[in-house]
Design a protein around this ligand. Structure first.
Ligand SMILES: [Zn+2]
Length: 295
């Protein structure tokens, strides 16, 4: 992907710790060792009081951070690292793209979700979010939660690396937000409460496959709006990621056998098919997984 021209989203909440385990306890909070070094180097070369940098490390990045806000958010991590910039840019693109789709196809306004970056565990309106759950969307607070280390897992454990594979993960969660805005989530929740577990799981599968399809619609439309965005091999990367995180493959990896009734996301083949459906049609109306007898 080429994200050079993409503006970063402002709808990001960064709840990551200040240094991923290498923090120094200063004033009761943890600050990354990198910041300490940068702070000391900066104060040495520029004569800045290091404590100012701890409070607003964004100074170094050249970002505007109002002083009262940086004091109100003492846990704000200091460095704008590569993965978080990537995530902000992809999210920013989903905002512009879905705004366009909502306006042209649905004649309504798109209200973007907030993306929360966290490490380990974090409170959500849907209960405590854990890194081990993988990225997820909570409809109750309209937030996407992601521990950025999932990108590593995607590459190492699932063999699906690359920037577009990562973008697909974000786009899938944003797809759940679109479902929420369109009222699909509510209807599915209500229906699931009246069902047995196997049937309820089948509805979940349709919900998940629709989110995959919507991720495809995003990529197709984003590629039209910014012709530089997608590079050769990107689409294949996304399809590979979709195949890697199918329920059948995940179950086989974790328990060695497949239980189709327990599927909640769809098989690898289904996930690839619906992502491709969105990619090739670029049309949200072609994402009605609930109307299909055969998924
Ligand atoms: Zn999902």
């Amino acid at each position: 992907m080429r994200l050079d021209d993409e503006a970063e989203s402002q709808n990001v909440e960064d709840r990551r710790g200040g240094g991923g385990g290498f923090g120094l306890p200063i004033g009761g909070k943890s600050i990354g060792i990198g910041t300490v070094i940068i702070a000391l180097a900066a104060s040495y070369f520029f004569g800045i009081d290091p404590s100012l940098i701890f409070q607003g490390a964004s100074v170094i990045q050249g970002q505007q951070q109002p002083a009262p806000q940086s004091q109100a958010q003492p846990h704000r991590p200091p460095a704008a690292d590569q993965l978080s910039v990537f995530t902000r840019k992809v999210l920013g693109n989903t905002e512009r793209t879905w705004e366009h789709i909502f306006e042209t196809d649905l004649n309504r306004r798109y209200a973007p979700p907030t993306l929360v970056m966290f490490t380990g565990a974090t409170p959500t309106a849907c209960g405590t979010g854990q890194s081990a759950m993988g990225p997820f969307y909570c409809p109750a607070d309209q937030k996407v939660y992601i521990d950025l280390s999932f990108y590593n897992e995607l590459r190492q454990r699932f063999g699906a690396g690359g920037d577009f594979a990562q973008a697909y993960v974000i786009a899938h969660e944003v797809g759940h937000h679109v479902q929420n805005l369109l009222g699909v989530s509510n209807k599915v929740d209500a229906a699931r409460r009246r069902m047995g577990e196997a049937q309820a799981n089948q509805l979940s599968v349709r919900m998940e496959l629709q989110a995959d399809c919507l991720a495809g619609v995003w990529a197709a439309t984003a590629g039209k709006l910014n012709q530089q965005l997608l590079e050769p091999g990107d689409i294949e990367q996304g399809l590979k990621a979709a195949a890697a995180i199918g329920d059948d493959r995940l179950q086989k990896q974790s328990q060695g056998y497949v239980v189709p009734e327990a599927f909640t996301h769809g098989t690898s083949e289904q996930r690839v098919r619906w992502l491709r459906q969105g990619l090739t049609t670029g049309d949200i109306r072609k994402c009605d997984t609930f109307a299909q007898r055969q998924l």
